[in-house]
Design a protein around this ligand. Structure first.
Ligand code: PLP
Length: 460
């Protein structure tokens, strides 16, 4: 008699009646988390957590029900909800209901997203979502890429391709540099560090933008002063700290006139390409040789997903494809393997929750949701202008609203921010700009209402 292959196993690979019960509870918890207002919650020390849950790993295991309870009752509550409407820290997240729900489906499906051979259907769907982004950016039909782990890996993967191209063009050059604004994201210097290349930091203009004029001047001066060559110019489309968009058109031209790769880091800001009111701010993005945008930031997808798109993905494929005898079967035709376009091989089909939500809700819903957050940022800015003790740092380009409380020192900001979280009101850590402490609201959540902004401002 042939036993079911499941019948011969014991324990953790069997779907027992006990597991049925556990599944019910796990799904109920998940659905409640989706439906209800998220709790803000907050961090606890490892010491404190250990005192409550002890060592959770043992030879015999504690059982699923107990482990779930440890998570839901203790551990989950020690994690700040990134989708809370008054979590305006760093760049938070606000996955749509559809995207989160579909993440459950992805989790249950053991999908492999590295190759067309194993994940054709999923990769097909991810590619349509990437296409939507590429079209918004005005990239050609040939453009394509991959959902990488995050903006950091996306930027690094793109810059590695940029350097490979430069090496072809200037084979004698041995040392390389990437040029970006002083306001560029820390992941650019991190990438440069991994690649062992220099970073040329350019001062932005008085409105905080990197300009083509400054880029042209710096490149020419840099090349005149030594043998290190600039292989890529990075413009930021929405800086993380203040939401500033560099002058994409002039910066792109300055790079291209010198045969240099133009990369646009839009991890946060390029999401606003889908909002008609913001679209003109991104003129020039269509010149990009590569770009990134993180759907987990402002396109309502769960962590973690960075859309990395190349104008000419063939160049990326030549650089990132891993070759080995055990991978030969993947490369027998020219099918699209996502692992060939970034520093990754095995990958979760992390673009699928984004695809599902986009397919289900339609792109108009995205435009509307992003417009709503842009509008809320303008309202918040106005409330800060009118606030007796606060000073708006600049008119927001996008949905980051930055401001100060004149007279406050670094510690005052920190103490205020700590109490805001301790009191369960919101999460707004201090940042700094030009050596001065600042506060910033990063509004990416359509659930953030005027009353939420008011509630936070009332504590200032
Ligand atoms: C967040 C951010 C990154 C890094 O993205 P991760 O997904 O956090 O790795 C890069 N660039 C900019 C402009 C960002 O805002």
């Amino acid at each position: 008699m042939i036993l079911s292959y499941r019948g011969r196993l014991s324990g953790m690979h069997e779907f027992t009646s006990e597991l049925e019960d556990l599944a019910e509870r796990a799904l109920t918890y998940s659905l409640e988390r989706l439906k209800d207002d998220p709790p803000l919650d907050g961090p606890r020390s490892a010491h404190d957590l250990f005192a409550e849950v002890g060592n959770t790993i043992s030879a015999e295991g504690m059982g699923g029900l107990k482990a779930l309870e440890v998570f839901t009752d203790v551990l989950a509550r020690a994690c700040i909800s990134t989708d809370h409407p008054r979590n305006l820290a760093y760049i938070p997240s606000a996955p749509s209901e559809h995207a989160n729900l579909f993440d459950l489906v992805v989790g249950a499906s053991a999908l492999y997203g590295g190759s067309w051979q194993e994940g054709a259907g999923a990769v097909f769907a991810e590619n349509q979502a990437l296409r939507w982004v590429a079209d918004l950016a005005g990239l050609p039909e040939s453009a394509g890429g991959v959902f990488a782990q995050g903006g950091t890996v996306g930027n690094l993967s793109a810059l590695v391709v940029a350097r490979a191209e430069a090496r072809k063009r200037w084979p004698e050059t041995v040392s390389w540099a990437v040029l970006c604004s002083k306001e560029a994201h820390s992941s650019i210097s991190s990438a440069a560090n991994v690649m062992d290349v220099e970073v040329v930091l350019v001062e932005p203009n008085e409105s905080g933008r990197l300009t083509g004029e400054a880029v042209a001047r710096e490149i020419d001066a840099f090349h005149a002063s030594g043998s290190t060559r600039i292989f890529a110019v990075v413009a930021t489309a929405g800086t993380t700290n203040l939401g500033i968009i560099d002058e994409l058109a002039t910066v792109g031209t300055a790079a291209h006139e010198r045969d240099i790769w133009f990369h646009v880091d839009g991890a946060y800001g390029l999401a606003a390409l889908c909002a008609p009111s913001a679209r003109p701010k991104f003129i020039g993005v269509e010149k990009a040789d590569s770009l990134i945008v993180d759907p987990h930031k402002w396109l309502f997808a769960p962590f973690d997903a960075c859309a990395l798109i190349y104008r000419n993905p063939e160049l990326a494929r030549a650089v990132h494809t891993q070759n080995a005898s055990y991978l030969d079967a993947l490369h027998h035709d020219d099918s699209w393997n996502p692992s060939d376009y970034a520093i990754n091989l095995t990958r979760r089909t992390r673009g699928l929750p984004f695809w599902f939500s986009l397919a289900a809700n339609g792109t108009d819903a995205y435009a509307e949701a992003v417009e709503k957050t842009l509008e809320m940022a303008q309202i918040a800015a106005q409330k800060i202008r009118e606030h007796p003790r606060l000073e708006l740092l600049r008119d927001p380009d996008l949905s980051v609203v930055s401001f100060t409380r004149p007279g406050w020192q670094k510690d005052d900001y920190k103490n205020w921010s700590d109490s805001l979280l301790d009191d369960g009101i919101g999460f707004v850590p201090a940042s700094s700009h030009k050596g001065q402490s600042i506060l910033r609201f990063a509004i990416v959540n359509p659930w953030t209402k005027i009353s939420d902004i008011d509630q936070i401002l009332a504590t200032l």
